[in-house]
Design a protein around this ligand. Structure first.
Ligand SMILES: [Zn+2]
Length: 190
């Protein structure tokens, strides 16, 4: 049997890999754009990180058993799944975000700003007996917020919308949100 025949026979048994669908090509294109923006922003943020902040990042990385599974990686996956958006943020905002994602006391849920789609980390809620009522507020009587809970971001670090005007990242998929009309989002439909 000639080598060519072997190849032809093989082709009969195994059809050549199918070309990517139009949708796959499109998704790849969306992701490449977001990835370019991400890489640029990571470089900008790295220039601004202090030594202490870099050490904090390394400490969380070292603590993490699976090094692709830090909250930062969770953010990247959510971006890829279209659960949030990467607006054109500044290097300073990226630095604050990166430091936030490597905070040692994060909640497993994260916030997505309902206005601009930026995803940012939340701190674990402390035990209720430690909550301090905000000055001048009466819980359940005055409009919320009532308690002074520790948060990394009290407002969206990009657009300034309230940190209460958010959706958990695992809940955004089926929602119509204004940021789904903007760039920097992995369009999941339309
Ligand atoms: Zn925002």
């Amino acid at each position: 049997m000639t080598l060519r025949t072997r190849v032809v026979l093989l082709e009969r048994i195994l059809p050549p890999p199918r070309p990517p669908t139009r949708e796959e090509v499109q998704r790849e294109r969306y992701w490449k754009k977001i990835e370019r923006r991400l890489i640029f922003l990571v470089q900008e943020a790295e220039k601004l990180l202090t030594e202490a902040e870099s050490e904090q990042i390394s400490a969380v990385e070292n603590d993490c058993k699976d090094d692709r599974n830090t909250p930062f990686d969770g953010w990247l996956r959510d971006l890829q799944w279209g659960r949030s958006r990467l607006p054109e943020i500044t290097g300073a905002v990226m630095k604050a975000l990166v430091s936030g994602w490597f905070h040692s006391d994060l909640d497993s849920f994260s916030s997505v700003c309902n206005q601009c789609g930026l995803q940012y980390p939340r701190l674990k809620t402390p035990p209720p007996h430690t909550w301090k009522v905000l000055p001048g507020k009466i819980p359940r009587v005055d409009p919320p917020p009532w308690y002074d809970l520790p948060e990394i971001f009290k407002v969206c670090p990009h657009c300034g919308a309230s940190a209460r005007d958010v959706t958990y990242s695992h809940l955004t998929e089926d929602m119509d949100l204004p940021w789904k009309a903007l760039d920097g989002w992995m369009r999941t439909r339309g």
